[in-house]
Design a protein around this ligand. Structure first.
Ligand SMILES: NC(=O)c1ccc[n+]([C@@H]2O[C@H](COP(=O)([O-])OP(=O)(O)OC[C@H]3O[C@@H](n4cnc5c(N)ncnc54)[C@H](OP(=O)(O)O)[C@@H]3O)[C@@H](O)[C@H]2O)c1
Length: 345
């Protein structure tokens, strides 16, 4: 069962009667009730897979800070408990797979971020796992949402996918309308998305095609910086590859907005408005780190750390966030320099 403080059943918000005194207590009771109703309406119950990861952690922190109820859907309760200690995250629900059903049913929304990390050494087994883990979790989440009772079915599914969908190119520009590529990552993303679009029609689906997420405590940047420092930071590989990035805070804000804004549906590129060539990214990183950009970092060094997974950084694509711009999403970090400065400060 899904254990939730103050809640007799998973997903039920308790409406506590107000104690009121004074002359206009009846009017005040009504207006306070309206206020409470509004408050209750605006508070979401959000189930999150992959919540313990680089992106999920920040999303959970944001939602929890705004008093939304969070249900962490994880493979490991002990890992999740160490990341979200109850003292810092009172009221958070942590559920392993057998309990996911009880958590998803009654949630307002589900955010699906789970999957075996991609920026690693790729063996045939890992490649299989990169694809299968995403399809498996997404299919499970979709099935649990679809099978929820009508009145307890989440209204929204935000499901992660990646800009790898488009394949790689040094010359083309990709937006949400662009076709998919032919390589392995494109295939992973297509099948990952195909699993998500099996969601019932009455559930709003936002598929976020995420670029390289830049943040302090994880992701590709954390792995790149030590290599970069070692080589005093020149471009990685040829430096001409496109690097479609997004600051972690912008990605989390985009997902947060998508949870409650009905206009956010279908495919939305989760990338900053100004992708850069990798050479420029390295130059900016060098200048922010106070390192001149003069020695090219050999591909082999990155591959030694990331294995074939280095492809995520070394073979890029220029992806633009056409949909997010149309929706008027206010990016905080439009330029790589500002994003890197904020991260390194
Ligand atoms: N970070 C990026 O630059 C980037 C770029 C494009 C797309 N994305 C996508 O966005 C999502 C979130 O990214 P992230 O960087 O936060 O990922 P992450 O740090 O690697 O976290 C992913 C989470 O997925 C779960 N997970 C790991 N292996 C799994 C497996 N074999 N089966 C089921 N679940 C597994 C884990 O949660 P539990 O252990 O709690 O189950 C883990 O915390 C991922 O799907 C990723 O592919 C990320």
């Amino acid at each position: 069962m899904c254990e939730e403080p103050d809640s007799p059943t998973c997903g039920t918000l308790v409406f506590k009667p107000l104690k009121l005194v004074g002359r206009n207590s009846r009017q005040r009771q009504i207006s306070n009730n309206n206020f409470m109703l509004k408050l209750t309406e605006s508070k979401m119950i959000v189930s999150v897979t992959g919540a313990t990861g680089f992106v999920g952690k920040r999303l959970v922190q944001r939602l929890h800070a705004d008093k939304h109820q969070i249900r962490v859907l994880t493979r490991s309760r002990s890992k999740a408990q160490s990341i979200f200690p109850v003292k810092e995250f009172p009221g958070i629900v942590i559920a392993e797979e057998p309990e996911w059903r009880n958590c998803i049913e009654g949630s307002t929304a589900v955010v699906n971020l789970a999957g075996t990390p991609i920026s690693t050494r790729w063996s045939p087994e890992i490649k299989k796992d990169i694809k299968q883990s995403r399809i498996r979790v997404t299919s499970q989440v979709v099935e649990l949402i679809n099978n929820s009772q009508d009145d307890a079915r989440p209204k929204v599914l935000i499901s992660a996918t990646a800009v790898g969908y488009y394949g790689t190119s040094e010359t083309r520009v990709f937006d949400e309308q662009s076709p998919s590529g032919n390589d392995y990552l494109a295939e992973v993303c297509r099948e990952w998305e195909e699993a998500a679009i099996k969601i019932n029609d009455d559930v709003r689906l936002a598929l976020i095609r995420i670029g390289v997420v830049l943040g302090k405590d994880g992701g590709a940047l954390a792995k790149m910086i030590p290599i970069f420092m070692m080589f005093a930071g020149g471009p990685l590989g040829s430096g001409k590859q496109w690097f479609s990035w997004i600051h972690l805070d912008d990605l989390v804000d985009l997902m947060y907005e998508a949870l409650s804004n009905p206009s956010y549906k279908g495919v939305i590129n989760g990338t900053a408005p100004n992708p850069v060539r990798l050479g420029e990214m390295c130059e900016q990183l060098g200048s922010v780190l106070g390192r001149p950009s003069w020695l090219p970092v050999p591909e082999i060094a990155l591959k030694a750390v990331l294995g074939e997974g280095a492809a995520v950084v070394l073979d890029g694509q220029k992806v633009v966030p056409t949909k997010a711009k149309e929706l008027g999403f206010p990016f905080k970090y439009r330029y790589i320099k500002d994003a890197l400065k904020a991260i390194m400060s």
